[in-house]
Design a binder for this molecule. Structure first.
Ligand code: FES
Ligand SMILES: [Fe+2]
Length: 387
């Protein structure tokens, strides 16, 4: 159980909050590469309203949403070269956020030199645009194993979840739900007796499960603070497991954006982008599932229906919730490090540590309900949408 104060501490992510400031010390994906174009669009990340666009040089630009003159949201503006022009009075800002033109001001005025938008470093990797909103110098972008995969089919996707980020990241280490919430989808562990333990790692922690009747141990991984790496069933029967990651990026205290990377080796190289707008309480139905909900929506149902911010002062954590207890310890350690002026846990500055290869063991995923469309659930949400 968590006190009301600690629940508020871990779930408040806006600027100036301890958890918000800690999370700003990491690179986070903010949009899929394909969806960043010369049409400026608005984003909300860690409680901050932002504007993103792709300039003529091809580089993404991320600045504050609102014009410094009189606060117009500049997703109504237009991109000129690498700059953005506000439609209200035509002020122009370059890719660093510096104001370079104020057409209504007197000729020769130096006023524009004094005006600069907040802007943030961005970089693209593996079909995602990553941003760093924290104090400079920025650390290195972790290069997780799935990000570095290229020779095959890659799926990049964005999907909102209507709850606080902590519900989302607890789901990563709450592995006892696999045998129940996803029990129909994965017959190897549906309603089976499972024993668990969690191992701290340089990148975060490993979730380790042993299932009755299965010799092989199951391992999935948590990259602190908000990323997980797991394997999903093959797109086709007998195929290789799909290497998967999900980044869970707080938009504000009540909503989170999840970015997905999925990959499997294939002679045909491809990259497929998707986005989905999800409504609270609306979940894809699957009549024969134990809970009547398709596996692709089961986790979202669970984390949204805990309450937008879960009621942790009234929870009862057992031995099987050891991952959540370990995760909260890591959050506290990380907050203390930032308070001491240090980097929080798992921030990388040494290039020798930038590449991260996760251990994965998921042979049980090969047991499947052959009539289910795992391809739609785990690779391509839009395929066979009429099902
Ligand atoms: S409000 Fe943007 S130029 Fe005036
Ligand atoms: Fe799950």
């Amino acid at each position: 159980m968590l006190s009301q104060e600690d629940n508020a501490l871990f779930t408040s992510v806006g600027p100036g909050t301890p958890t918000g400031e800690m999370l700003r010390r990491y690179w986070h994906p903010v949009e899929c590469t394909e969806f960043v174009t010369s049409k400026p669009t608005r984003l909300k990340i860690l409680g901050e309203e932002l504007l993103i666009y792709r300039g003529a040089s091809g580089k993404p630009v991320l600045t504050q949403l609102r014009c410094a003159h009189r606060s117009l949201a500049m997703d109504y503006g237009r991109v000129e070269g690498d700059s953005i022009r506000c439609p209200y009075h035509g002020w122009l800002y370059d890719a660093t956020g510096q104001c370079t033109a104020q057409p209504a001001e007197p000729e020769g005025s130096g006023f524009k030199e004094k005006v600069k938008l907040t802007s943030y470093p961005v970089q693209e990797a593996s079909g995602l645009v990553f941003a760093y909103l924290g104090p400079l110098p920025a650390p290195l972008l972790p290069l997780y194993d799935v990000m570095m995969e290229e020779d095959g089919a890659k799926g990049i996707a964005r999907r909102n979840v209507n709850c606080n980020w902590l519900n989302c990241i607890e789901n990563i280490v709450d592995i006892s739900h696999l045998a129940w919430l996803h029990g129909y989808t994965f017959p190897a562990y549906g309603a089976k007796k499972v024993t668990y333990h969690w191992d701290r790692k340089d990148y975060g922690m490993d979730n380790v499960m042993d299932i009755e009747g299965i010799d092989d141990t199951h391992i999935s991984c948590y990259a602190f603070p908000n990323v997980n790496r797991f394997s999903a069933p093959p797109a086709e029967k007998g195929g290789e497991l799909i290497k998967s990651m999900i980044f869970r990026v707080p938009m504000d205290d009540t909503s989170t954006m999840q970015f997905y990377i999925r990959f499997y080796a294939s002679a045909k190289k491809s990259i497929n982008y998707q986005r989905k707008e999800e409504k609270l309480g609306v979940y894809r139905q699957l009549a024969e599932d134990w809970w009547g909900i398709d596996v692709g929506d089961q986790d979202r149902m669970a984390i949204e229906q805990q309450g937008v911010v879960a009621d942790r002062p009234n929870e009862h954590l057992g031995v099987s919730d050891g991952g959540i207890i370990m995760q909260r310890k890591m959050l506290r350690e990380s907050l203390a490090l930032v308070e001491d002026g240090k980097d929080p846990l798992c921030v990388i500055r040494d290039p020798a540590k930038q590449k991260i290869v996760f251990p994965q063991k998921s042979s049980m995923m090969e047991q499947r309900q052959d009539h289910l469309n795992y391809n739609r659930a785990f690779v391509n949400w839009n395929a066979n949408a009429a099902e």
